[in-house]
Design a protein around this ligand. Structure first.
Ligand code: NAP
Length: 259
């Protein structure tokens, strides 16, 4: 299936590794020129080189913290009129809500709710004018099935989800769609950190914690960033103009509900 994206421009935030990189690579394979972003310049440059070599598209690397106003300005300066925006940032740390002060909450809300909202604010009207836009927010399966120790993530991402539910119904008539991708367990550095915390908590090895979690996944394995990227590219496709305001769970069947 030709996704109809050749020659389009995308900003993919937090994309030197993991799920963001999976999305960037999948879009590049469809002929989309990219602005990619992360804080560590060396890893980011290596990813940019890898994507260029694999696909031949134009890749601009902007090393900055996208959760700051200055970082977002730099990303937007590199691509002021994107056709596609993939919002992503690191997830908040796990823990007990009794230990989180106001600063911890503000940091989580800044990263996982306000950063995507401000990037959408800066780009959506141009998309509406040009009659094409695809916005995908990487959130979490925790929006659908909250995980107690990820309270900061549950709270901030659910706030974003509520906001998107409204806005996405406003923009779709202009062929601008906004959807959320909800990862379950994907084999990335972030997952390794979460497993380490679980192992410490339960007094088991990281391998035992990893095995314990895989057992509960009907697919019998963790997902790959590549698989996640393909779903992102589909939502960004020129063929996906009638899909908006959706929360697509990609979790190997882990969530047992019908909807
Ligand atoms: P990852 O493998 O750790 O990759 C995170 C990427 O984001 C890296 O490129 C990192 O590079 C970049 N990044 C982090 N904070 C940033 C910031 N403030 N500004 C710019 N770039 C930043 O993580 P992942 O597994 O792909 O997770 C991506 C998102 O999905 C996270 O929010 C995570 O909580 C969520 N999620 C993941 C899973 C999973 O199973 N993997 C499940 C549910 C939810 P630098 O560190 O160099 O900035």
């Amino acid at each position: 299936m030709d996704l109809g994206l050749k020659g389009k421009k995308a900003i993919v935030c937090a994309s030197s590794k993991g799920l963001g990189k999976g999305c960037a690579m999948a879009l590049a394979r469809e002929g989309v020129d990219l602005v990619i972003n992360a804080r560590s310049a060396d890893v980011l440059e290596a990813t940019a080189a890898e994507i260029r070599k694999a696909t031949g598209v134009k890749v601009t690397a902007v090393a900055c913290d996208v959760t700051t106003g200055e970082g977002r300005s730099r990303v937007l300066a590199a691509c002021p009129d994107p056709d596609i925006l993939v919002n992503n940032a690191g997830g908040p740390p796990p823990g007990d809500f009794r230990d989180w002060d106001r600063d911890a909450w503000i940091k989580a809300i800044d990263s996982n709710m306000l950063t995507p909202i401000f990037l959408i604010k800066a780009t959506v009207d141009g998309m509406i004018e040009r009659k094409f836009g695809r916005i995908v927010n990487i959130t979490s399966g925790a929006v659908k099935a909250p995980i107690p120790i990820l309270g900061l993530s549950n709270g901030a991402r659910t706030g974003l989800t509520g906001f998107i539910a409204g806005l996405s119904r406003d923009t779709v008539r202009h062929n601008v769609t906004i959807n959320n991708l909800l990862p379950g367990s994907f084999d990335t550095d972030r997952l390794k950190q979460t497993l380490k915390a679980a192992a410490d908590r339960e007094g088991v090895s990281v391998e035992q914690a990893a095995q314990g979690r895989v057992v509960g996944i009907p697919a019998g394995r963790y997902g790959t960033p590549d698989e996640f990227g393909h779903a992102c590219a589909f939502l960004c496709s020129a063929r996906s103009g009638y899909i908006t305001g959706q929360n697509l769970l990609i979790d190997g069947g882990f969530f047992p509900g019908t909807m």
